[in-house]
Design a protein around this ligand. Sequence first.
Ligand code: FE
Ligand code: FE
Length: 192
Amino acid sequence: MDKEVSMKKLRKNIEKVQTAKRLEHTMGVEYTAACLAMKYGVSLTDARVAGLLHDCAKCMTDEELLKACKKNHYDPSAFEKRNPFILHGRVGAFLAKSEYGIEQEDILNAIAFHTTGRRNMSVLEKIIFIADYIEPGRNKAAHLEEIRKLAFEDLDAALIRILEDTLVYLKNSEGEIDPMTEITWKYYTNQL
Ligand code: FE
Ligand code: FE
């Protein structure tokens, strides 16, 4: 973690761009990520910064997200073009670097991949993905109680469980499934 990045300043800046409700989710992810970091031996500051910034691009419009990708030379996938909101992870990582001064690759990746996960995730990436799903403000997903407990017992098992529930939910709701989520799930269940 870069020494010059102050948590206080980051939080002040995030408070300016998020609604009260989103801010509550952000804080929830920040402290849940910190708790998981204690359990799994990751830097608490890294976990808190990644948690604090993971949705920093969530308030952007589809148009703004696509524009930010272009500016950063990222070519969105076909799915991402059809569902630009999913790009708030990628774009969040671009902003974390350019607007919030974060340079640590691991933190930027945790932000970029918090919506879908990916193959070979670092412990911090898994922590942010899981914290986003289980933070105390969440109440809609199935099996939350079980998954919350599991997250503190077996990080990979919790990751797989969340991926599975997400895929089942999307299939049932006729939501479009991001192929990245499916790839992550296959990778962690040894099907790839
Ligand atoms: Fe998000
Ligand atoms: Fe989130």
